[in-house]
Ligand binder design. Structure first.
Ligand SMILES: Cc1cc2nc3c(=O)[nH]c(=O)nc-3n(C[C@H](O)[C@H](O)[C@H](O)COP(=O)(O)O)c2cc1C
Length: 190
């Protein structure tokens, strides 16, 4: 497997959300290495407000079944061809990382923790990109579904803030335009 060793700038500006994976598996050790590096994200009070549930390898089959049950309630009525087609958005990623944050009762801390976990997720996406692994941070409604939370053993006072799909891909999507500093910056006092 070739590593890209991108500069920080290149990783930031070249990363794209990958929504079409090619089904190639992601190595669990590699995913865990990405997580071990991503934890160097800024976080207030060193609370490290994140934990993850990861699926990568044989446990993906059970996860696919769960995602099928949650998103296609009448899946038994579909032909196996239609079901396979509808499931490709779940079956083609090579791995999953669900990022769970504590929901602090204090509003400031809750906001900080969410912000910190977001920087952790961005770290994961950039580190993965550097290894040629694409990712997409997704926030489907089922992340808050009690059945889903139960399956992931999410505790009261915790929230799943991301379904990070990771995997290999054949095509890099076109960049979506971004605003420039001229459009988003106001100089203090002007
Ligand atoms: C908090 C958050 C939630 C997102 N949720 C979804 C989602 O549910 N489905 C999806 O296809 N993309 C989702 N995305 C990815 C965005 O669509 C993507 O980042 C955006 O289109 C910009 O593309 P880029 O990441 O390639 O620059 C999400 C991104 C963030 C940061």
């Amino acid at each position: 497997m070739s590593e890209h060793f991108l500069s920080v700038r290149d990783a930031i500006i070249e990363r794209r959300s990958i929504k079409k994976f090619n089904g190639q598996p992601v190595d669990r050790e590699q995913l865990l290495t990405i997580i071990d590096d991503a934890v160097w994200a800024p976080n207030h009070g060193n609370r490290e407000p994140w934990r993850l549930v990861v699926a990568c390898g044989k446990e993906l089959f059970a996860l696919h079944d769960l995602l099928r049950d949650l998103t296609i309630p009448k899946w038994q009525e579909l032909s196996s061809e239609d079901l396979t087609k509808q499931m490709t958005k779940f079956t083609l990623p090579g791995g999953y990382a669900f990022v769970i944050v504590p929901e602090d009762a204090r509003q400031k801390e809750r906001l900080e923790d969410f912000a910190a976990a977001s920087t952790f997720i961005q770290n994961m996406q950039l580190l993965a990109w550097d290894k040629g692994i694409g990712s997409c941070w997704k926030t489907p409604g089922f992340l808050d579904n009690p059945k889903f939370r139960e399956a992931l053993k999410v505790q009261p006072g915790e929230r799943v803030i991301a379904m990070l799909q990771v995997g290999y891909f054949d095509d890099i999507p076109k960049a979506k335009e971004r605003k420039t500093s001229a459009e988003i910056v106001t100089i203090f006092g002007e």
